[in-house]
Design a protein around this ligand. Structure first.
Ligand code: NAD
Ligand code: MN
Length: 358
């Protein structure tokens, strides 16, 4: 029997609520499939750990994580600690050293879900946003000096390297090529950012020649927001810098019904180190501890994890179960217009997997 090791890091806030739900669903998928086993180890890293040990995760966390086949992550962020400490101490402290440079964020309207856009149905909105996940505006280069003085400076330097830009754009091209429409939109801001983003565009012009079968176009990021809202059908695969894709993918999630359903994969395409799968939402301070978080983003992230592990039939069984529940519409979480708590949505997806609510 095939066996995969999964490191679960529930983290903070609703992260722990939706990962617990996701692990139950994953174990059901594996049991139903019968061809593979999941060995799951859960790590207590996050803000509670930080308040006790003065760091968000253990010193040997990266060496530990490298031994796993995949990482299943909740969220980093808690009202008791500044956000930049939790994010850099946990999520980015994993993504960056494990060089998970390709952040893949599918966005589509699930059956039965009415998004906020009038006359836009499931066939009209089916995108994959590819986010550069290792450098750009979140490279971590910069500094802050002369704190509190009039001459205080705070700087974050956006870093673009040829290898970094080329690998993410080629990854996006390959992904676009694998989808029926073979269409890729490059998001940029090269009118204003005349060094890094002109370079970003120039690299695209070069690599584009290797993909004559992929139709490409280019959008400035500000205009891209209006195109996503006004002409969603015109888009398919999208590639953008770390910051731009971060912002655009929250918009994409809202346009598909809620931030609570959107999944993401932080991929290490070379597969020498594990990739990390997580819902795109954060800790949701306003609803944490209430048991009402939408777990679908974490379930869909588990679908992406199963695909990455080479279990496509289990992945599609889980996606079908999620879609069965959204299409049916009688058990939906609050953010999708229902009133079901997390445990009930989870039970409904498990029932769909087991064919009990067909
Ligand atoms: P958020 O995603 O936590 O919440 C934004 C809004 O969406 C809130 O109103 C929330 O209730 C709602 N929402 C999000 N997920 C939901 C779900 N599953 N079900 C129902 N409603 C949901 O973003 P934020 O408020 O900007 O950030 C809160 C904290 O999370 C901060 O500390 C931030 O740094 C952190 N954060 C972490 C990650 C990560 O670790 N990957 C990502 C984003 C934000
Ligand atoms: Mn984000």
């Amino acid at each position: 029997m095939r066996e995969f090791t999964i490191a679960a890091i529930p983290g903070d806030g609703i992260g722990s609520e939706v990962i617990e739900a996701g692990l139950q669903v994953l174990q059901t998928v594996a049991a139903r499939d019968g061809g593979f086993k999941l060995r799951i180890e859960t790590f207590p890293w996050g803000t509670d750990y930080y308040l006790e040990h003065g760091k968000m995760m253990a010193d040997d966390a990266l060496d530990t994580l490298k031994r796993f086949d995949a990482i299943y992550f909740g969220s980093a962020g808690d009202p008791r600690v500044p956000d930049h400490i939790s994010l850099w101490g946990l999520r980015l402290a994993i993504c960056q050293p494990l060089d998970q440079y390709a952040n893949v964020r599918p966005a589509r309207l699930l059956p039965g879900i009415q998004g906020p856009l009038r006359d836009v149905g499931a066939d009209d909105l089916d995108w994959v946003i590819v986010r550069e996940n290792s450098e750009g505006e979140y490279a971590g280069v910069g500094g802050r000096v002369h704190t509190g003085l009039p001459e205080e400076v705070g700087m974050d330097v956006a870093v673009f390297t040829r290898s970094g830009v080329e690998r993410i754009q080629r990854f996006a091209m390959d992904l676009a090529r694998s989808r029926p429409r073979k269409k890729l939109t490059l998001v940029t801001k090269s009118n204003a950012q005349r060094h890094g983003l002109v370079f970003w565009d120039d690299v695209f012009e070069v690599i584009r020649k290797d993909y004559p079968d992929v139709e490409t176009d280019k959008m400035l990021v500000d205009a891209m927001t209006t195109r996503m809202v006004l002409d969603p059908r015109s888009l398919d695969t999208i590639v953008a810098t770390n910051l731009h894709a971060d912002v655009l993918s929250d918009l994409a999630a809202a346009l598909t019904g809620s931030l609570g359903i959107a999944p993401t994969a932080n991929l290490r395409p070379e597969r020498d180190w594990p990739s990390m799968f997580e819902p795109i939402h954060g800790s949701a301070f306003d609803i944490m501890g209430q048991g009402i978080a939408n777990p679908i983003g974490s379930f869909w992230s588990a679908v992406m994890m199963l695909d990455h592990l080479g279990e496509p039939s289990a992945a599609s069984a889980l996606m079908t179960a999620i879609e069965h529940v959204t299409a049916h519409g009688n058990v939906l979480p609050r953010d999708l217009g229902g009133n079901a708590p997390t445990v009930q949505v989870t039970e409904e997806v498990i029932a769909a997997l087991e064919g009990r609510n067909a």
